[in-house]
Design a protein around this ligand. Structure first.
Ligand SMILES: CC(C)(COP(=O)([O-])OP(=O)([O-])OC[C@H]1O[C@@H](n2cnc3c(N)ncnc32)[C@H](O)[C@@H]1OP(=O)([O-])[O-])[C@@H](O)C(=O)NCCC(=O)NCCSC(=O)C[C@@](C)(O)CC(=O)[O-]
Ligand SMILES: NC(=O)C1=CN([C@@H]2O[C@H](COP(=O)(O)OP(=O)(O)OC[C@H]3O[C@@H](n4cnc5c(N)ncnc54)[C@H](OP(=O)(O)O)[C@@H]3O)[C@@H](O)[C@H]2O)C=CC1
Length: 478
């Protein structure tokens, strides 16, 4: 549970409660040789399934990522009596020695914030000064604002006639669409790529490379140009960014700049049958300390990703790794949605995942909702082991939270690959957790993953048991 003490004075005022947002896991996503399970908080049915499908398609080839720039920004507006004084101050701030002195003042305000650059634009007698700083594992807005205020006071000693109109002059630019973040970058600038085999495009994504690239050019490049887009040369980066931001305690308003993304697709290989895909995200504003990251559920999601809190050995590494994960998950999401659009599956899949429960369940849910559990062997063409077990709706509530959990005799049981054998022996010896709470935290899921036989993949099918037919509602694989 979130403790009120942790919220007050840090995350919210006049607190009256909490809004639970469902958290789903997409993955495993193979990123830079490591498998990650990505928590996504969303109420948009289909989004996690889609990102999961993208991750599945990337499981063999993996995603490669690089951080190419790092710098949070604050861009105050200051004013002078004349353009002569404004331009004089501009020259002064840009000279090496004065910059070094401003940097010394800026850096003295934090153990981690380090000024790397200032970008100045003049507009009449106004100056817009964009302070760029590394901020360790923090997203850094408070830190950079603090440093900027101190550096401006230092400059005022030489220019007492400099009027500080606003510490934020929208040249930062924070939480508003702006070309500057798209062009210059803000926070972490990340790029990811993958080469998806033709066979995977056909079997997992249900389309062809030729059709996919064709639609990509028409939609993401030409379509976005026709719409006059800035930073929106993608299908739905904002979907994945926002869901991960909410799950991991980021400032959700920063999905504006953080979702800037250019997706690129090309035919690859000798015969052009494979798919090359890259996503370029120049302004992911993200951190693993500060803000909502201090709250236990959000912290648990960061823990699932292995990036909770500060990286003591190498400050900044946790935040950078989280930015890589966001970018790679966006790549997975782009792959899947673009494939669905190309195959004409968008509406069908959304109606299935957005409306099904309202339409066909509800009354009688407890009676007729059953869950069939299958175990599969690993590998892309996995063989379904002949194991099927019907769960009650109440048990499935737990399974729905992320993995194959059953709540038996007041204990949370995890059904693992061994269960098949155990059941054959007429008993259950699944890993048991002495947990009374009916809500599983992502850390439980992590433990479950570790406990389970890695070579087997768990396959859940949610079916409605009707008299005439068993109707598939949902399926997922872990
Ligand atoms: C829904 C799918 C994935 C079905 O896709 P499918 O290919 O029919 O699914 P499948 O049953 O053959 O399964 C393939 C894989 O998908 C995953 N998968 C499949 N089902 C599930 C599930 N229930 N839960 C978890 N994972 C699921 C899973 O990884 C599975 O592999 P397996 O594990 O079986 O080896 C596909 O049709 C799809 O991705 N649709 C696109 C949906 C989407 O991306 N929505 C995003 C929001 S759209 C929006 O908000 C933005 C928009 C559209 O307006 C932006 C724009 O302008 O473009
Ligand atoms: N002020 C503003 O204009 C805006 C504020 N925000 C809000 O700001 C908050 C985020 O600000 P942010 O500056 O990121 O976080 P914090 O204000 O929480 O600052 C980070 C703190 O963590 C400390 N710290 C410890 N270890 C590390 C490490 N490894 N790396 C970095 N810092 C470390 C810093 O130390 P030290 O004290 O030495 O720096 C600092 O005290 C969010 O709540 C966000 O919503 C959002 C937009 C604008």
């Amino acid at each position: 549970m979130v403790c009120l003490v942790q919220v007050m004075g840090a995350c919210c005022e006049n607190v009256i409660g909490y809004i639970p947002v469902p958290v789903g896991l997409a993955g495993p996503l193979l990123l830079d040789g490591r498998l990650v399970y990505v928590p996504m908080a969303t109420t948009e049915g289909c989004l996690v399934a889609s990102t999961n499908r993208g991750s599945r398609a990337l499981l063999k080839c993996g995603v490669t990522s690089r951080i190419v720039a790092d710098g949070m920004t604050r861009g105050p507006v200051v004013r002078f009596m004349s353009i002569a004084r404004a331009s004089e101050a501009m020259m002064w701030m840009q000279s090496g020695e004065n910059f070094q002195n401003m940097k010394k003042t800026f850096d003295s305000t934090s153990r981690f914030a380090r000024l790397t650059n200032i970008q100045i634009r003049i507009a009449g007698r106004h100056l817009f000064v964009r302070f760029v700083a590394k901020t360790g594992d923090a997203m850094g807005m408070n830190m950079v604002s603090k440093g900027t205020e101190a550096a401006l006071r230092f400059a005022q000693e030489t220019f007492p006639d400099m009027e500080i109109l606003s510490l934020s002059g929208n040249f930062c630019t924070d939480k508003k669409p702006a070309a500057i973040n798209w062009i210059e970058g803000r926070g972490k600038s990340v790029v990811c790529e993958a080469i998806v085999p033709a066979e995977t495009v056909r079997t997992v994504l249900k389309t062809s490379v030729h059709a996919l690239v064709d639609v990509h050019i028409a939609k993401n490049l030409v379509g976005s140009a026709v719409a006059g887009s800035i930073g929106g040369y993608n299908a739905h980066a904002a979907n994945i960014v926002t869901a991960i931001f909410i799950a991991t305690g980021q400032d959700p308003a920063q999905n504006v700049g953080s979702s800037n993304c250019m997706t690129l697709m090309e035919p690859w290989g000798v015969s052009g049958e494979d798919l090359y895909i890259s996503v370029t995200m120049p302004s992911i504003e993200i951190g693993t300390v500060g803000g909502g990251t201090i709250l236990p559920p959000q912290g648990a999601c960061l823990e699932v990703l292995g990036v909770r809190g500060p990286n003591e050995a190498c400050p900044g590494e946790n935040a950078s790794q989280l930015a890589r994960i966001v970018c790679a998950a966006v790549l997975a999401g782009e792959l899947s949605l673009m494939a669905a659009l190309t195959a004409g599956h968008l509406v069908k899949s959304h109606l299935r995942h957005n409306r099904l429960l309202q339409g066909s369940l509800g009354k009688g849910l407890e009676d007729d909702l059953k869950v069939a559990v299958f175990l599969r062997e690993g590998g892309s063409r996995s063989r379904e082991l002949q194991h099927r077990r019907w769960w009650s709706a109440a048990e499935y509530q737990l399974a729905f939270l992320g993995c194959a959990f059953a709540y038996v005799d007041g204990q949370l049981q995890i059904i693992d690959a061994d269960e098949r054998n155990n059941e054959a022996k007429g008993r259950h010896e699944s890993a048991t957790y002495q947990q009374q709470a009916a809500v599983c935290q992502p850390t439980d899921l992590l433990n479950c993953m570790a406990a389970r036989d890695k070579s087997a993949r768990l396959h859940l099918r949610l079916e409605r048991q009707c008299t005439n037919e068993n109707r598939l509602l949902d399926k997922r694989t872990f």
